[in-house]
Design a binder for this molecule. Structure first.
Ligand code: TRP
Length: 458
């Protein structure tokens, strides 16, 4: 089992298995639910452009930094910082990651719970032509018993997989998921772009309106990029710690980044044409927007109603598995910490942290119509789930990524980090580019983004 103090550390079965598992962590609700939601609220095309810039210039280099730290130290984030900078305050960055992981898991599981509910809804043919998809969403998410039960169910499944350990739990799931999700997404994109009104949606999504680009778009884009790539809280440090010394880090980081980004871009191609076809307002939707919009597509898939039932059920089943392979990595970070640093058994650690995340997630489960003040926080205006997503799913990750890049560049040092990357076969083709990005561009860009955030709060 992974990271047990007795016996050697568990590793991935092969490089392909690692890439699949890391891609499994990255691809999840962040791509299909988060990306279109944040893009819609930040001007569509303008957001897409800034997002892609953030992925290439900040996301990919930080991904490689995390993987290098993880493989070099063979530790969870807290242990990794402790090993590379003993006795320093850097362990706090690892600790922030452990906390962020549990908090993100708390609301992630709520949304993932909706995907389980939607598997049952679609399979029973709830989304025929003309179905009131907003009312169906409210029936799932605004009903406290339903919202909390599905949240509980999803969390229990996550805990059980993490208890099983790295090789047997995570790998097995991811191998089946990835190709299936990509293929189904493409099919649905074909349907979406051929709808009436799709052109308007494509224009909103693909034609940047440069006047919309401002500091808050950058913050949203950077935060979303880190969330989607599972960066900024040590998940990739933890996954990197299970990579064998034989596997090439640089190309793994690139594959995972490219795959994750492609899935998010496809999700946009699916959601925006459908949204405009249905005559909805892009900026208006909260956490339920994607569920309401996606299911309105199902009624348009021939032959009605079977087409929508079949594709819809497959889609939500795959989305559920995608969410599961991501939630596993959220729970794995804290679990690896408790096992490595506190000598706890994997089983006990996963249950304690998972139950904590379940309890923390209850207010998020009630924030989508079930309890009115949680659904629109006094003085803040957004619902509790969106608030946690912003604070822990975006700002905390931006700050975590800042520290990780400064640490890699200036404390551990790019020379040693590059040695770790090169240790496989002596090659690191984009080394100079990476060194420049991780030393200068990443920290400076993130600091500018944060200054802008602080100013906007004042
Ligand atoms: N990246 C996942 C998604 O897009 C969510 C996730 C998993 C995550 N592990 C993470 C986000 C670690 C931040 C950090 O759905």
């Amino acid at each position: 089992m992974a990271g047990n103090s007795s016996g050697p550390r568990d590793t991935w079965g092969s490089k392909a298995a690692f890439i699949l598992a890391a891609a499994g962590s990255a691809v999840g609700l962040g791509n299909i639910w988060g990306f279109p939601t944040v893009a819609a609220q930040n001007g569509g095309g303008a957001f897409l452009l800034v997002y892609l810039l953030c992925v290439v210039l900040i996301g990919a280099p930080v991904m490689l930094a995390e993987l290098a730290i993880g493989r070099h130290t063979q530790r969870n984030p807290v242990g990794a910082f402790r090993a590379l900078a003993p006795g320093s305050a850097w362990v706090a960055v690892g600790a922030l990651g452990v906390v962020a992981g549990v908090v993100i898991l708390s609301f992630y599981s709520v949304i993932a719970g909706w995907t389980i509910a939607y598997i049952f809804k679609t399979i029973t043919g709830a989304f025929g032509p003309g179905a009131d998809t907003a009312a169906i969403f409210a029936g799932v998410a605004a009903n406290p018993t339903s919202a909390i039960s599905y949240h509980l169910l999803f969390m229990a499944i996550t805990i059980l997989v993490v208890v099983g350990g790295v090789r047997h739990g995570i790998e097995r799931w991811t191998k089946v998921l990835m190709p299936g999700l990509a293929a189904l997404l493409l099919l649905l994109v074909f349907r979406a772009v051929t709808l009436s009104g799709a052109g308007e949606g494509l224009a909103f999504y693909l034609r940047p309106d440069f006047s919309q680009i401002n500091g808050s778009v950058f913050l949203a884009a950077a935060g979303q990029a880190f969330f989607s790539l599972s960066l900024g809280m040590g998940a990739m440090i933890t996954y990197g710690s299970y990579i064998s010394k034989k596997d090439d880090l640089a190309s793994s980081a690139l594959y995972v980044t490219a795959f994750d980004t492609a899935i998010a871009v496809f999700a946009g191609l699916l959601i925006f044409p459908t949204l405009f076809h249905a005559g909805l307002e892009p900026g208006a939707g909260g956490p339920g927007m994607v569920f309401v919009v996606l299911t309105s597509l199902l009624g348009t898939i021939p032959p009605a109603p079977w087409g929508g039932t079949i594709f819809g059920t497959m889609f939500f089943a795959l989305l559920f598995i995608a969410a599961l392979t991501s939630s596993i990595s959220l729970l794995e970070v804290g679990t690896a910490y408790m096992v490595d640093e506190k000598g706890m058994s994997r089983k006990r650690a996963a249950w304690i942290l998972g139950i904590t995340a379940f309890v923390l997630g209850i207010p998020s489960a009630l924030a989508n119509g079930a309890v009115s003040w949680l659904s629109s926080l006094p003085g803040i205006g957004t619902d509790f789930l969106s608030f946690l997503f912003a604070v822990f799913g975006q700002y905390a990750l931006v700050i975590g990524a800042l520290f990780i890049s400064i640490f890699t560049a200036w404390i551990w040092g790019t020379r040693k980090a590059a040695e770790e990357v090169r240790s496989t076969d002596g090659k690191f083709p984009l080394e100079t580019v990476w060194v420049f990005l991780i030393r200068f561009l990443c920290p400076i860009a993130i600091i500018l983004i944060l200054i802008n955030l602080v100013q906007s709060l004042m």
